[in-house]
Design a protein around this ligand. Sequence first.
Ligand code: PLP
Length: 380
Amino acid sequence: MPALEKFLISEIEALVSAHLLRSPEVTENLDGVRVIRNGRELISFCSNDYLGLSKNEMVIEEAISALWQFGAGSGASRLVTGNNPLYGKLEAAIARVKGAESACVFGSGYLANIGVIPALVGKGDLIVSDRLVHASIIDGIKLSGAEHKRYSHNSLDNLSNILENNRKLHKSCLIITETIFSMDGDKSPLPDIMEIAKKYDAWVMTDDAHGMGVIKHDINANIRVGTLSKAVGSYGGYVCGSKALVDYMKSSARSLIYSTALPPATLAASIAALEIMESDSELCKKPLENAKMFASELGMKEPESQIVPIIIGEAEKAISCSKELEEAGFLVTAIRPPTVPKGTSRLRLTFSALHEEDDILRLADFIKSKGWLEHLKVAA
Ligand SMILES: *Cc1c(COP(=O)(O)O)cnc(C)c1O
């Protein structure tokens, strides 16, 4: 056997025996919450399309007309073929929705994180991040070459300690956290973090991938990254903040400069979705209300967001719980390492504006009937 094949097969075998091999299953999105998998209709409780906008008729209509008007692809990087007029419209809409001076669109949330972080800090600088930040932030940090320290999840004491001991040794300092943590659904204590940042002359960057359109924040960081691929129901990422921040990014973020612009239909879909978000505040409140209804049925702590994790522990057990849910008609994917720390494999339930009361109560009843909550540690 050639050396490469031998290497690959042994790596795959190791993943299989650790219950960590991943293989995407064919799944067809019917209406935003109902899907078809293996010939069966399931209700999905694991999508990030929190407002069901990926299937919204107005969004689809706008995407279709942009497709006819501007074509399927964009041809090159925004800095080469020039900005499609939709970019300006989309960036204005993001800035409006986020209450920011300016916004800059990237190819995805992943590309925003790996572009923005290295544009701001590098060798000789310090990054202090929450231990649970998303992989795309970790990759951005690695690319930057800055010194990296992690503080325990949401621990202000630990963050202060790290800054007290390290801040003076570095030029610039960037604190990075998420507004709503993607796998735990809890909030970061942003007002306190901003206070600490002021004391230590540090900048603060947040990733609002799971907050946008669903959870409002009272206070904002200097640098705000997010995605158009979740509640916006489309695709793309962004950073927003001051005009200077955005102007600088357009000439400095490598993932923006060296990657092709988004397809026009995608830009148009995002614009239409943001307009719905701005005008329909009832829709935006639903995901959190639904999560609260579910949690209260099960006597769980009131969730802070539409993401409600049930920590199972071992990957194998999480997979078997997920299979049982699927047999009962619910799609809830098991989340395993390296997405979450070892020993904290979980069912990550996400609630959508489109879930009906009956769907939620049936899911709660099913989980109750399994007795899972009696021997499982319930987080959030
Ligand atoms: C999903 C996610 C991203 C990546 O966004 P994409 O648009 O899917 O590339 C970044 N950060 C967080 C916290 C996320 O949950």
